[in-house]
Design a protein around this ligand. Structure first.
Ligand code: ATP
Length: 235
């Protein structure tokens, strides 16, 4: 039998004001797996993560997390249920130090990752405990953003383009972190433009176009479908 889905999205619609941008999004994320949402700019990937996190005012359809319907829950309740969102702009408090950022996770659940484990995972954050968010490099800011949601005790991580704008060596570091989180049993939805990076981590890829999933590939089948994928992504 297939592993139980940790997250199951079906017939999801979402709007910005009158503008209808998700048109029946649907995908599954089995517990402990990493899936990516791939697609061109404006396809609806960020809006999908925002809908799962409950920050789209107008949304309908079904989003089940660990079997429980969350489509009508407010975002705090969704966070309390164990979902953590790292937005593309990272959402850390630039005027606060690393220490202060870690003390201000959106929600803390029992089982939130301990400070010791966080610093073991991100040794460079420990060295910068007292420095302010803006003085950190892009990579450090990204690590701090991930650390904050781990601190909150989320078990499903929604990561929006975590590697965007980062140097290759930092991209590798983020990749190792994501692999380790996967090995520890976290379930991860990754929005990525860089599918070469995504291919090293993901179990399955969903191609998003016009606010819905138009194709899906197992990671193992990615190479044999590379021309198709290039066509979808316009690369
Ligand atoms: P990107 O990589 O550019 O973020 P994406 O696949 O994440 O692409 P979304 O950001 O989800 O796409 O955008 C989906 C659609 O919603 C696009 O047509 C976009 O122009 C529109 N949109 C995004 N944010 C807003 C907003 N705040 N108000 C109105 N429309 C928006």
């Amino acid at each position: 039998a297939p592993a139980a889905s940790s997250l199951s999205v079906s017939d999801l619609h979402a709007w910005y004001g009158e503008s209808h941008v998700l048109h029946g999004m649907a995908f599954e994320v089995p517990k402990g797996q990493v899936v990516t949402l791939l697609g061109r700019n404006g396809a609806g990937k960020t809006t999908t993560l925002r809908s799962i996190m409950g920050v789209m005012n107008k949304r309908k359809g079904s989003i089940r997390f660990e079997g429980r319907e969350t489509i009508k829950l407010p975002s705090r309740a969704i966070a309390r249920a164990g979902i953590g969102y790292c937005p593309e702009e990272r959402g850390i408090f630039a005027s606060l130090s690393v220490e202060e950022n870690l003390m201000l996770p959106p929600v803390v659940r029992p089982g939130g990752m301990s400070r010791d484990t966080i610093f073991e995972l991100f040794p460079n954050l420990k060295e910068r405990l007292s420095s302010g968010g803006t003085k950190m490099s892009g990579g450090e800011q990204q690590m701090l953003a991930i650390a904050r949601i781990l601190r909150s005790g989320a078990s499903l991580l929604l990561l929006d383009e975590p590697t965007e704008g980062l140097a290759p060596v930092i991209v590798q570091q983020i990749g190792r972190t994501i692999s380790r989180l996967k090995a520890e049993g976290y379930t991860i939805v990754l929005v990525e433009q860089n599918f070469r990076f995504a291919a090293t981590l993901a179990d399955r890829h969903y191609v998003v176009e016009g606010g819905r999933v138009v194709d899906t590939f197992l990671n193992a089948d990615l190479q044999s479908n590379i021309d198709k994928l290039h066509a979808y992504l316009g690369v």
